[in-house]
Write a protein that binds this ligand. Sequence first.
Ligand SMILES: [Zn+2]
Length: 453
Amino acid sequence: MENVETLTLNNPEAGALFSSSFATATMQQVRDTNPGSGAAQDAKLGIPPLLLVEGHQGVPPELSNPTGEPTSPYGLREFQFGSKSPLENRIEQKTESPNPEKLAERYGLKCDSEFVNGQRVYNFYYEGAGGKRNEVASANRLEEAERLLKANRDERVSRVETHFGVKVSRDGETQSFRGENHQMRTPNIQELAALEEGLSKAQPAQYTKDGKPLVFNYGVGNIGEGDNPVSFFLPDNDGHARIVMQNDATYDDKLRTAIHEISHNEQHAIGAFDNTDDYAKTFGMHRGQQGVLSLKIKTNEWVLEGKDKDEYYKRDWSKENAEKNVWIKTDYDGNPVKGKDGKPILITNDEAQKRARITPATLYFPNPIEDGADSMTNFRHSEKLRAELLQQSPQLYESLKEMDKRQMDKYYGTNADGTSKYVRLPDGTVAANNEQNRTRIAQFERQNRTRSR
Ligand SMILES: [Zn+2]
């Protein structure tokens, strides 16, 4: 196939997704399942035109406090529908519709009930980070609950779109992927909460290469193959960069997926898809000489550089080992080298992470694009994961911090003396570059560097 030359990543796992009609230079995607878990697929890349992004300059819009003092988790308060408190939203009527659970499910919520002053009151909530209960609405009439939940959802949709300059799919829309029409839906409240937190931490990575809004597509049913298809990023589908968000089980999975997929959009915007060889250097990988055929798509293999001189590995995509997530020892060009017994030398994915010259942040590093997206996800996700990254891979931490700073300077601007206007706090949120916040970051880094020794 002619377009084979444009595909730059080694990606047999993702091959299953592609029909031959899908494998064109303009149709690319990066897909994942539960990134960070190590069980995942990856990338299909091509060469879209290079455009600089204009029109997204300015202050991160959700930074409401000039000191950059982080709020919880980023200034978002639940119960913000209308100006009423939850109690005032409780309606003094006794008519009940039959099925609160169904209503809750429709909005990605759970429901329980209690008696308040002799009246049954239904409480609707979603399970957030770590399964924590987040109240959304309470009402003693389900009709009223439904009205509140819809208003809450719609307000979240408009907040996400307005604050972050993205688009979110809506009930009743149809979107075509790989020549197949899929029915779209409005994301539910739990999905929107995870997306909003994800965007607050990934920003400004949601800004696209061509300046058009990044679109988040939520399908009615699955989009993709298999019972449990994975989320993925499409640099150009119907004129927009899109992320197809599948239905991850928990809030934490949804959050991680959002940050990871948005990182792919950023990779596209900074040219990592066009020049993956250059990008790969940051992650201690280089392109091997051998190609690998996955279904009808030929891609290059990627070689992982080990700690020792002349120590290299590549993922073993051979028939017997492709499913095993193992790496095979090679020379610089990716040709397998044999051990003294004349047999190939295989190591597990965990061992490959330990042997890597630049330690990947997670166990998901089949190629530089996935290593990059998952490592950047750890940098932006939370204080805990950023600390882990710093401890286990100090050099990668510095590279990612620099990449992140470059993007923030580009979109949020610099001061007259060239310093950044904004910085990323250890918890992943963006805050003003002032003395207090610089000190906080420095303290965090000092503590975690010490701990790693
Ligand atoms: Zn990915």
